[in-house]
Design a protein around this ligand. Structure first.
Ligand SMILES: *Cc1c(COP(=O)(O)O)cnc(C)c1O
Length: 426
């Protein structure tokens, strides 16, 4: 029995499924999970001493890889001053200024502890600002696990025949409408019928939690127009895409102006941070200025703020985005002509989908994903793990490149994919 297996057996006794977030359990790929002991740069080391090139990167926050020295130094310096004050402090001020001064579409920001919390508060803000209750979301977009959003969500639920969660009151989901991605006609219909009841439409502008489902810009613009016409707010959930596809996320990349943005993942540099941001008059609805209650004992934790700032500084002060795009292009080149999988990539986000020639033109919505994608991915995952490559442990989770990856890491991933396909054809 490996040390990982021993630890998992113990974990099963004291935690549901042995884990504290479902995808970590390897249910979607089979086998039992690897227990990580340490991580540095692009590499994970497990408790049995095996090393892996990590393409999961904690599901997105670690855009500079593990244990980046600059982030670590900022964290250690912050720790030296104490780690939670429950009082006004300058660490969150510095991070807020850094973001507001560089992301033109927001003037004010409130820090929370996770992406889920950010979405929860963004929805409350939108409902308060519009005096309406209904929220429109898209099939295949994930917005964290707040009740109203646990409908046709993402990878932790996908492929398991669990369309939503038990324990969500019908009254809550009654106020959530679902639209298909990539379908202007369906949007028109929904807005024609219910548009004047909708407080906000929330979307991942680059959906990245149900595989990677790039949307046409025209579709996003059409959505924005419908929102404006019906006085409904547009929320871009950029928890994954913020600071990744560009510093200002998809809003910057697409030149769009959502009313509210939610951030998470990279903004905390690997520590628990989320944020809601938007125009000042909207954000001023939050307590203590306004009537929308929102609070957190550990919100804007100074250690997490320091990690976030160091992470964002590395993005603006180095050629990080160019390097990520270069690695991405290498991945494109190394994986062209794959026998079994297609690569869908946007910047440093990539998805290996078990479908031949499934370019982004083919798969733009959840229902276009082939039915056997899970099974085929599970085989790839197992082969990759055995060859020292840690992919995200679900067919519906996307992979992440970091500035710590090397061309050799990309080459190894490409070889693993190619070898397996050959073996299967033989
Ligand atoms: C990860 C994610 C969330 C949830 O964030 P947590 O920090 O896991 O609560 C919400 N929305 C999107 C788009 C995400 O990718």
């Amino acid at each position: 029995m490996s040390r990982s297996d021993e630890l998992f057996a113990r974990a099963l006794r004291v935690a549901p499924g042995g884990v504290h977030s479902p995808v970590r359990s390897f249910r979607g790929v089979g086998g039992s999970p690897v227990f990580v002991d340490s991580a540095r740069d692009a590499s994970l080391t497990d408790v049995d001493g095996n090393s892996y090139v990590d393409f999961c990167m904690s599901f997105g926050p670690l855009i500079h890889g593990h244990s980046h020295p600059a982030v670590k130094a900022a964290v250690v310096a912050a720790l030296d001053k104490g780690w939670s004050f429950g009082a006004a402090e300058a660490a969150s001020l510095k991070l807020a200024e850094f973001i507001v001064d560089r992301a033109n579409h927001v003037d004010s920001i409130r820090f929370v502890n996770s992406g889920t919390e950010a979405v929860m508060s963004a929805l409350r803000l939108a409902r308060a600002a519009t005096g309406r209750d209904v929220i429109l979301k898209f099939d295949g977009c994930y917005h964290g696990h707040t009740d109203a959003m646990l409908i046709r969500a993402g990878s932790g639920l996908a492929g398991r025949a669990v369309p939503d969660s038990a324990g969500v009151p019908a009254g809550v989901t009654a106020d959530t409408l679902i639209a298909p991605l990539n379908d202007e006609a369906a949007l028109e219909q929904i807005f024609a019928r219910r548009g004047n009841e909708i407080a906000a439409t929330i979307i991942e502008p680059l959906p990245a939690n149900f595989g990677l489902l790039p949307q046409r810009r025209a579709f996003l613009e059409h959505l924005a127009e419908l929102c404006t016409a019906h006085k409904c707010l547009l929320i871009f959930d950029e928890v994954i895409t913020g600071f990744r596809v560009a510093f200002g996320g998809c809003a910057e990349a697409f030149g769009m102006r959502p009313d509210i943005v939610t951030w998470g993942k990279i903004i905390g540099g690997g520590f628990p941070v989320g944020a809601i941001a938007g125009r000042r008059e909207l954000m001023d609805r939050f307590a203590p200025n306004g009537d929308v209650y929102q609070a957190g004992t550990l919100s804007a934790n100074p250690v997490a703020m320091a990690a976030g700032l160091a992470t964002l500084e590395l993005l603006t002060d180095t050629d990080a985005y160019e390097r990520l795009e270069e690695l991405g292009k290498r991945l494109d080149a190394a994986t062209t002509g794959m026998k079994e999988f297609s690569l869908i990539r946007r910047g440093s986000l990539f998805w290996l989908v078990a479908a031949k020639n499934a370019g982004a033109d083919v798969i733009r919505s959840a229902d276009a994903i082939p039915a056997d994608a899970t099974e085929r991915f599970a085989r790839l995952f197992g082969r990759a793990l055995a060859a020292g490559v840690y992919l995200p442990p679900s067919a519906y989770e996307i992979g992440f490149l970091s500035t710590a990856h090397s061309p050799a890491d990309i080459g190894l991933l490409a070889r693993v994919i190619a070898d397996g396909a050959d073996a299967q054809l033989a």
